[in-house]
Design a protein around this ligand. Structure first.
Ligand SMILES: *[C@@H]1O[C@H](CO)[C@@H](O)[C@H](O)[C@H]1NC(C)=O
Length: 279
């Protein structure tokens, strides 16, 4: 047997032994490498390494397939400030392990990235996916929150009660399902208070990076200020927000098909919950 055949046979055995079936999980990331702040300032960002890679590694280790997509199909960018052992329990070996897996997947490579556009995902049909996962970093605040293609996808998953998992700034992407996400977001960005809209996630319990955590993280914005905070935005849209008691500790909320994690420290548990759901 060649290596691939042996790997495939080993995987089939593992899956048979656990009674599990291989699922296909769609991971949606931002195309953007920055977030526009107030007063024309700009924050360089992207996705957080641990928020993407801890769940992805758990999914791959459990024998599942992972498909990566961004709205335009551009290779996503890792937020450089997230490439530190601090987000991996100060364990340098864990940082290396997850960084190496990201490199092996070539996800951020402009030429070799396996990432597809959301138009392509829509064309191939949502039926082949069992769940969707959206990690944070600030980049989803730039595009995912008002992406019509993502809104259609999430609405379909909601309708079919398919697991929808999001972490940190990722849950802001749920706004894309609003009837007019663009104008809702424009009002928030202008500092206005939009009227509470009709929303498929209205009344859902969820979490997202808290206003308190955003205030504490302000020094990382290089003197800039965010146009609005995700907690305020999701509450305005009709979410029932819940928070950890101590900032930056892990907090995961389950409500129907939704799994949300509050911050980087919640990513591993969100990944575990997601894998549990796929059994
Ligand atoms: C939707 O999925 C959740 C989580 O798997 C489950 O608890 C719930 O019963 C499902 N709801 C329906 C209507 O199937």
């Amino acid at each position: 047997m060649n290596l691939m055949t042996r790997l495939a046979a080993g995987l089939a055995l593992t899956l048979a032994a656990t009674g599990a079936h291989a699922a296909n999980v769609l991971v949606v990331l931002s195309d953007e490498n920055h977030l526009d702040l107030k007063d024309g300032k700009v924050l360089s960002t992207g996705f957080y390494l641990n928020e993407l890679m801890q769940p992805v590694k758990l999914l791959l280790d459990a024998g599942h397939e992972v498909t990566f997509a961004t709205p335009q199909g551009r290779a996503p960018t890792v937020d450089a400030s997230s490439v530190t052992a601090a987000y991996f329990g100060n364990d340098a070996a864990q940082l290396t392990l997850h960084k190496d897996l990201l490199e092996k997947l070539a996800l951020t490579s402009p030429t070799a990235s396996p990432v597809v556009s959301l138009a392509r995902v829509e064309q191939q049909g949502y039926a082949r996916f069992d769940a969707v996962y959206i990690p944070g970093g600030h980049a989803p605040m730039q595009d995912l929150l008002k992406s019509p293609a993502l809104g259609r996808l999430l609405a379909d998953f909601h309708l079919r009660n398919k697991t929808t998992a999001l972490v940190c700034h990722g849950p802001i992407a749920l706004l894309s399902t609003l009837p007019d996400a663009g104008s809702f977001v424009a009002k928030l960005e202008a500092g206005a208070t939009p009227a509470t809209p009709k929303w498929i996630y209205s009344g859902y319990q969820m979490t997202v990076i808290s206003n308190q955590e955003e205030e504490q993280a302000k020094p990382l914005l290089g003197g800039g200020e965010m146009k609005f905070y995700p907690q305020t935005a999701l509450q305005r849209a009709g979410a029932r927000f819940s928070s950890n008691a101590t900032p930056w500790t892990g907090h995961v909320v389950l409500d129907r098909e939704l799994i949300t994690g509050q911050n980087p420290a919640s990513a591993l548990e969100v990944g575990q919950r997601l894998v549990e759901r796929l059994k």
